[in-house]
Design a protein around this ligand. Structure first.
Ligand SMILES: Nc1ncnc2c1ncn2[C@@H]1O[C@H](COP(=O)(O)OP(=O)(O)OP(=O)(O)O)[C@@H](O)[C@H]1O
Length: 305
């Protein structure tokens, strides 16, 4: 659906994309993760022909829209008919209602008059704005504005949705609702590519995650794979107090004493059950056990370090 190869983008002497490669396959929900300034927006703007990279190739749907420093304008126009885009910093017309807003966008996409009303109603239902459909957008909360922007992006019933930081500024309820809408898109057979600088945003919905740091993709895989890889490096830490001393010399985990009958154990996986058995075999009891699992944000910080 989207393939980016060896993409390079300089803003004067700032190298924002440094040979970026990524591939989004049909039906995927792809989370494009990276810290602030990593190059996420630059990637998205490049794929839409809104800024000019200097090198590389970009394929959208089955069309090669960029190669050898040039966009193929015809292919770009063809591709964009089948794409929905939600920008990071979008403005809405505060003096219009959602219905009026979508009506203008539908006209821009030349949606026939007889289909327009039905399409707008469906979209407002989908994003949960039906009750607010005749209220002025100027009074909307951040979450409502994001939903309207998403409805705009969906107006042409796109095959590929490209969303730049769609969940930024939303509260946890707003994020959960937004994720539900994205799940609906997957069910409808759409492909979704969205950026975020927060790992929790991609949790539960993305089948693939790509991590960009300083203009290069440093990881691509499922969130589970990325988490597992991190845990294998950093491990789980368990703090344990036992009723009597325990000999750790034969275990495959790293164990170090923290005080009398108190130990820190570091293992590659969650070993609580094994620990109970091991300690019991030595005739001791576990008095306290604390497990410190890394949070998603700790994992992310470690990956991008
Ligand atoms: N118009 C511009 N002119 C000069 N430098 C720019 C411009 N836009 C982006 N940059 C720089 O390019 C790099 C990548 O920026 P980009 O906005 O693509 O990152 P991002 O991952 O989207 O970050 P954020 O999450 O903060 O939006 C940064 O160093 C940024 O300062």
């Amino acid at each position: 659906m989207m393939r980016v190869e060896d993409l390079v983008k300089f803003y004067k002497d700032v190298k924002a994309l440094n040979g970026l490669n990524l591939e989004v396959k049909p039906g995927q929900i792809y989370g494009f993760l990276g810290p602030n300034g990593a190059g996420k927006s630059t990637t998205i703007l490049s794929t839409l022909g809104l800024i000019f990279p200097q090198q590389g190739r970009i394929q959208l749907l089955d069309l090669e829209i960029f190669r050898d420093g040039k966009f193929d304008e015809d292919k770009l126009v063809q591709a964009k008919k089948r794409i929905g885009y939600m920008p990071e910093h979008a403005t809405l017309w505060d003096f219009l209602t959602p219905v009026q807003t979508l009506d203008i966008i539908a006209d821009a996409f030349k949606i026939p008059k007889n289909e327009k009303e039905k399409r707008i109603k469906e979209l407002l239902d989908l994003v949960g704005l039906s009750e607010a459909k005749n209220r002025k957008v100027g009074k909307f909360s951040k979450g409502m504005r994001q939903r309207l922007l998403l409805a705009q992006a969906l107006i042409n019933d796109p095959d590929l949705l490209i969303l730049d930081e769609p969940m930024s500024g939303l509260d946890p309820k707003g994020i959960a609702e937004f994720k539900d809408i994205i799940r609906e898109q997957r069910k409808a057979g759409k492909t979704v590519f969205f950026s975020s600088h927060i790992l929790a945003h991609v949790e539960e919905i993305c089948d693939t995650v790509g991590v960009i740091v300083r203009g290069r993709l440093i990881r691509e895989g499922s969130l589970e794979e990325i988490k597992r890889e991190f845990l294998e490096k950093a491990g789980y830490t368990i703090i344990l107090e036992t009723s009597k001393p325990v000999d750790w010399s034969t275990v495959p985990w790293r164990a170090s004493p923290l005080g009398e009958n108190k130990y820190r154990i570091v293992a590659k996986k969650d070993i609580r059950e094994e620990l109970h058995d091991y300690v019991a075999k030595q005739g001791a009891k576990i008095l306290t056990l604390q497990i410190k699992e890394p949070t998603l944000e700790e994992i992310f910080l470690k990956i991008v370090e």
